[in-house]
Write a protein that binds this ligand. Sequence first.
Ligand code: GAR
Length: 210
Amino acid sequence: MTGVVVLISGSGSNLQQLLDAAASGDLPAPIAAVISNRADAHGLERARRSGVPAIALPHGNYANREAYDAALQQEIDAHKPALVVLAGFMRILSEGFVQHYAGRMLNIHPSLLPAYRGLHTHQRVLAAGDSEHGCSVHFVTPDLDAGPLVMQARIPVLPDDTEHSLAARVQREEHRIYPRVIRWFLQGRLTLTQGVPRFDGRPLKEPVTV
Ligand code: GAR
């Protein structure tokens, strides 16, 4: 198993960082394919431009979540990836699907988990009057946005911040941390053993904060 399959639903700015890293030799494995549940996702165009197979798998064509996830799993496994990367893939995943990729599926989420799982994180941070915000990379487990944390980046919330400005600053951090974690995984430095993330064999009791 080599390479990475990236799942997206939208713009694909995080995907772009990975495509660029792969092109410049900064990732030790290729991006084998990009799959989107939305045929109009801009990220598919980004993949095509980089010569990476871009596959649209619209969820509307399937009767239920299990049927969709089975088709998605088949499509992913055809590429025999070492790692599955969720990069703005906006779907809940069924338990069987997640178990199939246990220890080899990562997600990035726009909050300092465990705070603000789910949607509208920037809006919720502003409504709560928080002074700090950020993003988290974690291994995926069946509970939504609750898997073991690997890395977080923190930013201050500024007095004149809006949802838009916060989203932009958080995304800049995402672009910094996600390729780094993915490189570690592909180098064999990051693993998940018995539910515990390890870096160079040492358990990560706290996420690495940058
Ligand atoms: C990213 O900000 C990512 O954290 C978020 O979607 C965005 C995708 O942007 N993911 C989630 O909210 C998942 N719960 P991109 O398509 O430009 O990479």
